[in-house]
Design a binder for this molecule. Structure first.
Ligand code: HEC
Length: 201
Protein backbone atom coordinates (compact mmCIF):
# COMPACT_ATOMS: atom_id res chain seq x y z
CA UNK A 1 0.00 0.00 0.00
CA UNK A 2 2.84 2.39 0.84
CA UNK A 3 3.90 2.76 -2.76
CA UNK A 4 0.44 4.03 -3.66
CA UNK A 5 0.87 6.80 -1.12
CA UNK A 6 4.23 7.77 -2.60
CA UNK A 7 2.89 7.60 -6.12
CA UNK A 8 0.07 9.96 -5.23
CA UNK A 9 2.27 12.24 -3.18
CA UNK A 10 4.98 12.64 -5.80
CA UNK A 11 2.90 12.52 -8.94
CA UNK A 12 0.66 15.50 -8.51
CA UNK A 13 -1.17 14.96 -11.77
CA UNK A 14 -2.05 11.30 -11.14
CA UNK A 15 -5.75 11.30 -10.42
CA UNK A 16 -6.85 9.35 -7.37
CA UNK A 17 -9.86 7.09 -7.62
CA UNK A 18 -11.19 8.33 -4.27
CA UNK A 19 -12.96 11.66 -4.14
CA UNK A 20 -10.34 14.24 -3.11
CA UNK A 21 -10.29 15.47 0.48
CA UNK A 22 -9.34 19.10 0.90
CA UNK A 23 -7.75 20.77 3.91
CA UNK A 24 -9.34 23.94 5.13
CA UNK A 25 -5.97 25.65 4.51
CA UNK A 26 -5.93 24.80 0.80
CA UNK A 27 -9.61 25.70 0.37
CA UNK A 28 -9.02 29.08 2.00
CA UNK A 29 -5.90 29.68 -0.09
CA UNK A 30 -7.84 28.80 -3.24
CA UNK A 31 -10.81 31.00 -2.39
CA UNK A 32 -8.65 34.00 -1.47
CA UNK A 33 -5.87 33.96 -4.09
CA UNK A 34 -7.12 31.84 -7.02
CA UNK A 35 -10.88 31.94 -7.31
CA UNK A 36 -11.25 35.56 -8.49
CA UNK A 37 -9.53 34.68 -11.79
CA UNK A 38 -11.27 31.36 -12.24
CA UNK A 39 -14.82 31.88 -10.99
CA UNK A 40 -17.48 31.48 -13.62
CA UNK A 41 -15.43 28.83 -15.40
CA UNK A 42 -18.05 26.10 -15.38
CA UNK A 43 -16.69 23.93 -18.16
CA UNK A 44 -16.86 20.82 -15.98
CA UNK A 45 -13.23 19.84 -16.44
CA UNK A 46 -9.63 21.02 -16.57
CA UNK A 47 -8.15 21.41 -20.03
CA UNK A 48 -4.56 20.61 -18.94
CA UNK A 49 -3.58 23.01 -21.71
CA UNK A 50 -0.69 24.46 -19.68
CA UNK A 51 0.99 21.09 -19.11
CA UNK A 52 2.02 19.83 -15.66
CA UNK A 53 5.16 21.90 -15.15
CA UNK A 54 3.65 25.20 -16.26
CA UNK A 55 0.52 24.48 -14.20
CA UNK A 56 2.57 24.03 -11.03
CA UNK A 57 4.69 27.11 -11.75
CA UNK A 58 1.45 29.04 -12.30
CA UNK A 59 -0.04 27.76 -9.03
CA UNK A 60 3.08 28.61 -7.00
CA UNK A 61 3.19 32.07 -8.50
CA UNK A 62 -0.04 32.91 -6.67
CA UNK A 63 -0.11 30.39 -3.81
CA UNK A 64 3.48 30.88 -2.65
CA UNK A 65 6.09 28.17 -2.26
CA UNK A 66 3.68 25.34 -1.46
CA UNK A 67 4.61 21.66 -1.49
CA UNK A 68 3.39 19.28 -4.20
CA UNK A 69 0.51 17.93 -2.15
CA UNK A 70 -0.80 21.42 -1.41
CA UNK A 71 -0.38 22.44 -5.07
CA UNK A 72 -2.22 19.32 -6.19
CA UNK A 73 -5.08 20.13 -3.84
CA UNK A 74 -5.29 23.64 -5.31
CA UNK A 75 -5.44 22.22 -8.80
CA UNK A 76 -8.16 19.77 -7.77
CA UNK A 77 -10.06 22.61 -6.15
CA UNK A 78 -10.14 24.36 -9.50
CA UNK A 79 -11.35 21.12 -11.06
CA UNK A 80 -14.10 20.95 -8.41
CA UNK A 81 -15.08 24.55 -9.05
CA UNK A 82 -15.30 23.92 -12.79
CA UNK A 83 -17.36 20.78 -12.21
CA UNK A 84 -19.76 22.05 -9.54
CA UNK A 85 -19.79 25.64 -10.85
CA UNK A 86 -19.54 26.75 -7.21
CA UNK A 87 -17.02 27.80 -4.60
CA UNK A 88 -15.34 24.86 -2.87
CA UNK A 89 -17.22 24.26 0.38
CA UNK A 90 -16.22 25.90 3.67
CA UNK A 91 -18.23 25.99 6.90
CA UNK A 92 -20.57 28.99 6.99
CA UNK A 93 -20.03 31.77 9.51
CA UNK A 94 -22.85 32.39 11.96
CA UNK A 95 -23.67 36.06 11.35
CA UNK A 96 -26.76 36.39 13.55
CA UNK A 97 -24.73 38.62 15.85
CA UNK A 98 -21.61 40.74 15.46
CA UNK A 99 -18.68 38.41 14.82
CA UNK A 100 -15.36 39.08 16.49
CA UNK A 101 -11.74 38.42 15.62
CA UNK A 102 -11.50 34.96 17.16
CA UNK A 103 -14.21 33.52 14.90
CA UNK A 104 -13.11 35.58 11.89
CA UNK A 105 -9.54 34.27 12.14
CA UNK A 106 -10.63 30.85 10.90
CA UNK A 107 -11.54 32.48 7.57
CA UNK A 108 -8.15 34.16 7.17
CA UNK A 109 -5.59 32.70 4.80
CA UNK A 110 -2.36 32.83 6.77
CA UNK A 111 -0.11 33.23 3.73
CA UNK A 112 -1.89 36.15 2.07
CA UNK A 113 -3.63 37.61 5.12
CA UNK A 114 -6.83 37.77 3.04
CA UNK A 115 -10.30 36.58 4.01
CA UNK A 116 -12.99 34.42 2.42
CA UNK A 117 -16.19 34.09 4.43
CA UNK A 118 -19.29 32.09 3.46
CA UNK A 119 -22.11 34.24 4.84
CA UNK A 120 -24.79 31.59 4.37
CA UNK A 121 -28.24 32.24 2.92
CA UNK A 122 -29.22 35.88 2.72
CA UNK A 123 -32.86 36.85 2.31
CA UNK A 124 -34.15 39.31 -0.24
CA UNK A 125 -33.77 42.93 0.77
CA UNK A 126 -31.30 45.52 1.92
CA UNK A 127 -28.51 44.45 4.25
CA UNK A 128 -25.92 46.58 5.95
CA UNK A 129 -22.38 45.22 6.06
CA UNK A 130 -19.89 46.70 8.50
CA UNK A 131 -16.29 45.59 8.72
CA UNK A 132 -13.72 46.82 11.16
CA UNK A 133 -10.03 46.30 10.45
CA UNK A 134 -7.14 46.66 12.84
CA UNK A 135 -5.14 48.91 10.53
CA UNK A 136 -5.84 51.26 7.65
CA UNK A 137 -4.53 49.68 4.44
CA UNK A 138 -5.72 49.65 0.82
CA UNK A 139 -8.07 46.73 0.35
CA UNK A 140 -10.76 45.31 -1.86
CA UNK A 141 -14.11 44.10 -0.55
CA UNK A 142 -16.14 41.74 -2.71
CA UNK A 143 -19.52 40.19 -1.99
CA UNK A 144 -20.72 37.55 -4.41
CA UNK A 145 -23.72 35.28 -4.55
CA UNK A 146 -23.65 31.59 -5.35
CA UNK A 147 -24.00 32.36 -9.06
CA UNK A 148 -20.79 34.44 -8.95
CA UNK A 149 -22.67 37.72 -9.41
CA UNK A 150 -21.09 40.63 -7.58
CA UNK A 151 -23.21 42.64 -5.16
CA UNK A 152 -20.21 44.69 -4.12
CA UNK A 153 -16.84 45.04 -5.72
CA UNK A 154 -15.38 47.93 -3.85
CA UNK A 155 -11.75 48.80 -4.17
CA UNK A 156 -10.70 51.16 -1.46
CA UNK A 157 -7.54 52.82 -2.72
CA UNK A 158 -7.24 55.14 0.23
CA UNK A 159 -7.60 52.38 2.80
CA UNK A 160 -10.12 52.30 5.57
CA UNK A 161 -10.12 51.30 9.18
CA UNK A 162 -13.82 50.63 9.03
CA UNK A 163 -15.90 49.75 6.02
CA UNK A 164 -19.63 50.17 5.68
CA UNK A 165 -21.64 49.06 2.70
CA UNK A 166 -25.27 48.53 1.74
CA UNK A 167 -26.02 45.23 0.03
CA UNK A 168 -29.08 44.82 -2.16
CA UNK A 169 -29.91 41.13 -2.24
CA UNK A 170 -32.27 40.58 -5.15
CA UNK A 171 -31.86 36.83 -5.34
CA UNK A 172 -32.07 34.97 -2.05
CA UNK A 173 -29.30 32.40 -1.72
CA UNK A 174 -25.81 31.77 -0.46
CA UNK A 175 -23.47 34.74 -0.36
CA UNK A 176 -19.73 35.08 0.11
CA UNK A 177 -17.47 37.84 1.34
CA UNK A 178 -13.91 38.11 0.10
CA UNK A 179 -11.48 40.77 1.30
CA UNK A 180 -8.20 41.08 -0.53
CA UNK A 181 -5.18 43.27 -0.07
CA UNK A 182 -1.47 43.33 -0.84
CA UNK A 183 -1.05 43.81 2.91
CA UNK A 184 -1.92 41.16 5.50
CA UNK A 185 -5.30 42.10 6.97
CA UNK A 186 -6.64 41.74 10.49
CA UNK A 187 -10.42 41.77 10.53
CA UNK A 188 -11.59 42.67 14.03
CA UNK A 189 -15.35 42.71 13.60
CA UNK A 190 -18.06 41.89 11.10
CA UNK A 191 -21.73 42.84 11.34
CA UNK A 192 -24.36 42.07 8.73
CA UNK A 193 -27.86 43.26 9.50
CA UNK A 194 -30.91 42.97 7.32
CA UNK A 195 -33.07 46.04 7.21
CA UNK A 196 -36.38 44.33 8.01
CA UNK A 197 -38.39 47.17 6.45
CA UNK A 198 -36.53 46.95 3.18
CA UNK A 199 -38.03 45.82 -0.08
CA UNK A 200 -36.13 45.47 -3.31
CA UNK A 201 -38.34 46.88 -6.11
C1 HEC B 1 -4.54 36.69 -12.33
C2 HEC B 1 -5.40 35.61 -12.71
C3 HEC B 1 -5.12 34.21 -12.21
C4 HEC B 1 -4.86 33.82 -10.91
C5 HEC B 1 -4.76 34.69 -9.66
C6 HEC B 1 -4.77 32.39 -10.95
N1 HEC B 1 -4.94 31.92 -12.21
FE1 HEC B 1 -4.93 29.97 -12.78
N2 HEC B 1 -5.07 30.53 -14.73
C7 HEC B 1 -5.23 31.82 -15.17
C8 HEC B 1 -5.26 31.80 -16.63
C9 HEC B 1 -5.45 33.03 -17.53
C10 HEC B 1 -5.07 30.45 -17.04
C11 HEC B 1 -4.97 29.88 -18.46
C12 HEC B 1 -6.30 29.79 -19.08
C13 HEC B 1 -7.19 28.81 -18.38
O1 HEC B 1 -6.96 27.58 -18.50
O2 HEC B 1 -8.12 29.25 -17.67
C14 HEC B 1 -4.97 29.68 -15.81
C15 HEC B 1 -4.84 28.30 -15.78
C16 HEC B 1 -4.86 27.55 -14.63
C17 HEC B 1 -4.87 26.09 -14.59
C18 HEC B 1 -4.93 25.16 -15.78
C19 HEC B 1 -6.40 25.03 -16.14
C20 HEC B 1 -6.78 23.81 -16.95
O3 HEC B 1 -7.97 23.76 -17.34
O4 HEC B 1 -5.95 22.93 -17.18
C21 HEC B 1 -4.89 25.71 -13.27
C22 HEC B 1 -4.92 24.30 -12.71
C23 HEC B 1 -4.88 26.94 -12.50
N3 HEC B 1 -4.88 28.02 -13.34
C24 HEC B 1 -4.92 26.97 -11.13
C25 HEC B 1 -4.78 28.14 -10.39
C26 HEC B 1 -4.62 28.14 -8.96
C27 HEC B 1 -4.64 26.92 -8.08
C28 HEC B 1 -4.46 29.44 -8.60
C29 HEC B 1 -4.18 29.99 -7.23
C30 HEC B 1 -3.01 29.53 -6.56
C31 HEC B 1 -4.58 30.25 -9.80
N4 HEC B 1 -4.75 29.43 -10.87
C32 HEC B 1 -4.53 31.63 -9.82
C33 HEC B 1 -5.38 32.94 -14.39
C34 HEC B 1 -5.16 33.00 -13.03
Amino acid sequence: MRWIFFLLAFSPLVASADPPVFDKASTLRFNTVCSHCHEGQCSGRLTFSLGPEATFTHIRRYAGDVDDDFARQLMELLELMKKECAFPPLAELDIRQTVHKEALDSYRDDESGNYFIPLGNLELGIHQLNLCFETTVPLRVEVLNEWFDFLVDHCSGCGCGTFSQTLEVDEAGKHFLRVRSQHPLELEELTLIRDSESRVP
